[in-house]
Design a protein around this ligand. Structure first.
Ligand SMILES: *Cc1c(COP(=O)(O)O)cnc(C)c1O
Length: 422
């Protein structure tokens, strides 16, 4: 099914929230439906998608990769060319525009690795909205480049000190803030999950990816066998798949983080792993990695964006029905895919997106040459230098960091800048 029915995708989804959040969620649902039926809103959204995000993003024929693998033609949707470097801006801009229409001047968001925080902060800067991003204290420390980017865009980053001080706790804080300030504030949730109507809203704003791909594939007369996307919460995949869900073809393939192996705590495989269960967490029913008491299990992935214990309810439902096939890629397979597409296509995949790239490398040789497969490169890999460089060039990278530290310690300019801040 392409839309929820009263917030449900078969048994998944729903709105399992405290009473105080029901009204803001109901109001949001009404406002979203009205906005999408209003041609002036849609045209304003299309203009900003074109001029600010840089849509449409290209569909690249990966000629060399195709020849090397010797099977189906590989095409790459270059979503990483969107402003800010990934698909998350599609949702952030859409929701911020909606918030403005609802008369809200203040935006809050949760972020784990910081990618959604950066996208939301940028969207708020563009649209003149006040922005607060909740981020676990542990993540704030680990993700300083993204914290700095959010602050450059003018956002306030609020470190969360409760619980495990990571994403889950940041979501709880954001919900608490929204419950206390529903009239002034909109909560921009970052993936196609959470309580209804967020899974529907996020899918619709991300479906621009799939709509463009459908047109681009038709223009080139491609015989598309499969679409492949990585799946964290599920926003890039469901947006990419959305216009094809009700059709028999193409195959839709979601790739989860296989981490370092199949053991509990070694991956983030909610659909393919052996520790996954149906559960209700953070306002929605879906598939989660949970222990027997229903507590979230630890997850692991080389890509921060796939490292989460839950998956969007629509994906859980379409996985169960079989319309979406799920598989996973290991950390090492994703790293190899980064290298493969960089060297052969001049395209640097984000670690998340490289999970989809890894599946394309496996699938293409098994298919005939007149078929096409399309990989969504949800983001570009510039952000991942702190992960890829220590793996690809460990000694040189360490030396570089040490010399950078020395340079900073010696720099007169930086001492002066610090004094000025105080
Ligand atoms: C956040 C992120 C993801 C995972 O999120 P989804 O909601 O599953 O799309 C994937 N790729 C990139 C580049 C990301 O930043």
């Amino acid at each position: 099914m392409t839309h929820s029915e009263n917030g449900f995708f078969n048994e998944f989804g729903g709105k399992y929230v405290a009473e105080v959040l029901r009204r803001p969620l109901d109001e949001l649902e009404v406002a979203f439906k009205e906005a999408m039926a209003d041609s002036s809103f849609v045209s304003e959204l299309e203009t900003i998608q074109r001029d600010y995000i840089g849509r449409e993003t290209p569909l690249l024929y990966a000629k060399t990769a195709t020849e090397i693998l010797g099977g189906a033609q590989i095409y790459i949707k270059l979503e990483g060319l969107a402003n800010t470097g990934a698909h998350k801006i599609n949702n952030a801009i859409g929701q911020c525009l909606l918030a403005k229409r609802m008369g809200k001047k203040r935006i809050i968001a949760e972020t784990g690795a910081g990618q959604h925080g950066v996208a939301t902060a940028a969207a708020c800067a563009k649209l003149g909205l006040d922005c607060t991003v909740y981020m676990g204290e542990v993540d704030v420390r680990r993700q300083q480049p993204n914290v700095a980017a959010m602050e450059m865009y003018g956002a306030k980053v609020h470190p969360v000190t409760s619980g495990s001080r990571t994403l889950k706790d940041a979501v709880n804080e954001a919900m608490r803030d929204w419950a206390a300030n529903p009239d002034t504030t909109h909560y921009v949730l970052g993936s196609a999950l959470g309580p209804a109507p967020f899974p529907d809203i996020v899918r619709e704003f991300q479906s621009v990816i799939g709509k463009e791909v459908k047109r681009q594939a038709q223009e080139r007369n491609l015989d598309v066998e499969a679409l492949i996307a990585c799946v964290g919460g599920g926003s890039n995949s469901i947006g990419f798949f959305a216009p094809f869900i009700d059709e028999q073809k193409p195959r839709l393939i979601g790739v989860e983080a296989g981490g370092i192996g199949p053991g509990v705590g070694e991956n983030a495989s909610r659909m393919t792993g052996n520790a996954s269960r149906d559960g209700i967490l953070q306002g929605y029913k879906s598939r989660f990695l949970l222990d027997e008491d229903g507590q979230a299990l630890p997850t692991r992935s080389i890509s921060a964006g796939l490292d989460y214990c839950g998956i969007g309810p629509q994906l859980a439902s379409l996985g169960k029905s079989g319309r979406i096939e799920f598989t996973s890629a290991l950390d090492d397979e994703a790293l190899n895919a980064v290298k493969f597409f960089a060297k052969n296509e001049g395209v640097l995949f984000a670690m998340e997106s490289a999970h989809a790239g890894a599946e394309a490398i496996k699938l293409a040789p098994t298919l005939p040459k007149d078929k096409a497969i399309i990989v969504n490169m949800s983001g570009r890999g510039d952000k991942d230098i702190f992960i890829t460089c220590p793996v690809f060039r460990p000694a040189e990278w360490k030396e570089f960091l040490i010399s950078e530290l020395e340079r900073l310690n010696d720099s007169k300019d930086i001492h002066e800048a610090e004094l000025m801040r105080k």
